[in-house]
Design a protein around this ligand. Structure first.
Ligand SMILES: Nc1ncnc2c1ncn2[C@@H]1O[C@H](COP(=O)(O)OP(=O)(O)OP(=O)(O)O)[C@@H](O)[C@H]1O
Length: 345
């Protein structure tokens, strides 16, 4: 069931030249975690603020739990929308204890509020720390307090602005997993903004990608990564290699050799074969594969990238498992097991 629906949302700030958000429509299902991703200035935060009621759109409607909260001039005030917010810097009150920080948002009699706050602290694994002050906690723990404060009043939806950006790389993996688990345990619907594709791919059920205020694609992570609707989305989710190829009846001619592909005959002129480093395989023996010279092997622990160059010095990068040994400047054979064909010119 859909809990949040945005229809044709436009937003232009005073004095701004362009729209920050352009005709954006999408829905979020109950219990779903949606990531809003895009480069800086793509409109992610603006969308979040429009849903929270901190901004009003120039056009469009927003409905939350069956209630229209934005339509024309109508706007349900932010505090009546029952939206939970987690800010990038957590925005905890430094002079209040963890328990007091959480109690702050619960408008219930003290005894009842106390029970809710302590239950929420248990949920986020901070039962022992309720008497401490924010500065006495680690970044990851502060993050969990901010989450507890946002979910304790039982909001209809949880909004998080760059929730992982203040954490170092090591902590990030752990916190992502924790936050996802907590959200899933409560069953709350959540939207978070991030510019980091890893945050989105690992934490979200679906991802919406924005570019210059336009929604490009909204889908489950696997589909966005494997079947992007346009080159912008494809490139956003990591580097792709590009091979210029001439189509023929039987396949594509590239500077690394021939790729047999009956679909090639569909194309009349030069195309670009786009493939991700993990969608190619370096093989031992010569055969029906492409060939080139290994010019660099970069080791990343979990994998390595082998850079292979053609006779003109144009290179592609292929991901291999870290245990494989390659000699620099030696001849290499490889094949592509997945690629997209894009019109070249
Ligand atoms: N208060 C404002 N007044 C005028 N222009 C604004 C305001 N806030 C944002 N903008 C502009 O609107 C566009 C979208 O900004 P927004 O902050 O929503 O993008 P973002 O994707 O969240 O970027 P970032 O990742 O850098 O936070 C940008 O061009 C930005 O400069």
């Amino acid at each position: 069931m859909q809990i949040l629906t945005l229809k044709e949302i436009n937003k232009k700030y005073d004095q701004a030249k362009d729209f920050a958000v352009n005709k954006v429509s999408f829905s979020v299902n109950e219990g779903e975690i949606l990531a809003l991703v895009g480069e800086s200035g793509s409109g992610k935060t603006t969308l979040l603020r429009l849903i929270a009621g901190l901004e009003h759109p120039d056009q469009g409607t927003i409905a939350l739990s069956g209630q229209v909260i934005v339509e024309g001039r109508k706007s349900v005030p932010s505090h009546e929308r029952k939206v939970g917010m987690v800010f990038q810097d957590y925005a905890l009150f430094p002079h209040l204890t963890i328990l007091e920080n959480i109690l702050y948002g619960i408008s219930k009699p003290r005894k009842e509020a106390d029970i809710i706050a302590k239950e929420t602290l248990k949920l986020v694994g901070l039962t022992e720390d309720y008497g401490k002050y924010p500065h006495q906690l680690s970044g990851g723990q502060q993050q969990r307090v901010a989450l507890a404060r946002a979910i304790a009043p039982n909001p209809r939806i949880l909004l998080m602005d760059e929730p992982f950006s203040n954490l170092d790389a090591l902590l990030k993996d752990q916190v992502r997993e924790e936050i996802r688990q907590i959200i899933k345990m409560t069953g709350i619907t959540a939207i978070f903004v991030t510019h980091d594709t890893k945050d989105a791919l690992s934490t979200a059920d679906r991802i919406a990608i924005l570019h210059k205020g336009y929604l490009q694609q909204i889908d489950v992570p696997k589909n966005l990564y494997e079947s992007p609707v346009n080159p912008y989305v494809a490139n956003f989710f990591g580097k792709r290699n590009e091979l210029i190829a001439n189509p023929s009846e039987e396949g594509f001619y590239t500077s690394f050799g021939f790729i047999a592909d009956p679909d090639a005959k569909k194309y009349k002129s030069k195309v670009r074969l786009m493939f991700r480093p993990e969608h190619a395989e370096v093989v031992q023996r010569e055969g029906q594969q492409l060939t080139g010279n290994i010019v660099k092997v970069s080791y990343f622990g979990s994998h390595q990238l082998v850079k292979i160059s053609d006779e003109q010095g144009y290179s592609v990068s292929i991901r291999t498992n870290p245990g494989r040994v390659f000699d620099n400047m030696s001849n290499a054979f490889f094949y592509l097991w997945k690629y997209d064909v894009e019109e070249a010119f």
